[in-house]
Ligand binder design. Structure first.
Ligand SMILES: C[S@@+](CC[C@H](N)C(=O)[O-])C[C@H]1O[C@@H](n2cnc3c(N)ncnc32)[C@H](O)[C@@H]1O
Length: 207
C-alpha cells in the first residue's frame, strides 16, 4: 500500500455501492487473485474519460474486463472500447460480464498479444490505458504515444509498484516501471502527473 492503511481503508469505505455485476467482478478477482484496478481507481478512470469526453479507448491488459467496464460506462453508448488480453479464458469471462452489464455493443474484444493488437487496430485514440506485464510498459508508451490524439491521455496503472520504485530493487518489473516514469517526465510531448492512488496511476496528457 502507498497510502497509510487506515486512510486507504477509509477511502474504500466511503465509496458508494457499485452495480451488482461490478461488485461480483471484484469478488471473483479477489477470490482468484486477479489483479484488477478496483473501485477507487475504477472511479478515477471513469472520471478521466468523462472529463475528456473520451469515446475511443484502447486498453492494454484487460483480464476479466473490470476496468473495461468502467471505461465503457463512462464513455457512453457511442463509445468504442478495445479490450485486449492474451488469455482466452479471461476474455470469455469478460465477455459474459460485459454482456450482463449491457456493454457488449461498445467493446471490441481482441484476444492475443496486446501490443500486436494495438499495431493491428487503425485510427487514433482518446485514451490508451496500460495495465500489462510491467516489463512491457516502456514499449507500450513508445507504441502508444503516436496513436493518441493531441489532448488525449496515456494512463498507466501500478507506477509506484507497491513502493518498490523508491527502494533498491533490481527486478525487471521495477526497473521497467522506473524507466517508464523517467520517460514520461522526460518527454516533451507529454504532461504527466503520478497520482498516488492505490498502487499509483500515471495520467499523461499528450501536448
Ligand atoms: C493487471 S491485469 C489487467 C486488469 C484490468 N486492467 C483491470 O483492472 O480490470 C493484466 C492482464 O494483462 C494480461 N497481459 C499482460 N501482458 C500482456 C500482453 N503483453 N498481451 C496481452 N495480455 C497481456 C494478463 O493476462 C492479465 O490478464
Amino acid at each position: 500500500m502507498i497510502v497509510e492503511p487506515k486512510v486507504e481503508e477509509y477511502l474504500y469505505r466511503i465509496l458508494p455501492r457499485r452495480a451488482r455485476v461490478l461488485a461480483e467482478m471484484e469478488g471473483y478477482a479477489k477470490r482468484h487473485d486477479i489483479p484488477i484496478v478496483g473501485p477507487l481507481v475504477g472511479r478515477f478512470l471513469f472520471q478521466q474519460a468523462q472529463l475528456t469526453g473520451a469515446r475511443r479507448i484502447f486498453e492494454l491488459g484487460s483480464a476479466i474486463g473490470y476496468s473495461t467496464a468502467w471505461w465503457a460506462l463512462a464513455a457512453g453508448p457511442q463509445a468504442e472500447i478495445f479490450y485486449t488480453d492474451s488469455d482466452p479464458e479471461n476474455a470469455r469471462r469478460a465477455g459474459e460480464y460485459l454482456r450482463r452489464l449491457r456493454l457488449s455493443g461498445r467493446v471490441r474484444m481482441l484476444v492475443g498479444e496486446a501490443l500486436a493488437s494495438l499495431r493491428q487496430t487503425r485510427g487514433a485514440f482518446d485514451i490508451i490505458f496500460c495495465d500489462l506485464d510491467k516489463p512491457s510498459y516502456p514499449e507500450a508508451l513508445r507504441l502508444g504515444l503516436p496513436r493518441l490524439r493531441r489532448g488525449g491521455l496515456f494512463i498507466a496503472d501500478n507506477v509506484l509498484w507497491s513502493g518498490r520504485v523508491a527502494r533498491p530493487d533490481r527486478s525487471a518489473a521495477t526497473q521497467a516501471i522506473l524507466e517508464f516514469n523517467r520517460l514520461i517526465y522526460e518527454s516533451k510531448r507529454l504532461w504527466p502527473v503520478v497520482v498516488p492512488l492505490r498502487d499509483g496511476v500515471a495520467v499523461c496528457r499528450k501536448l
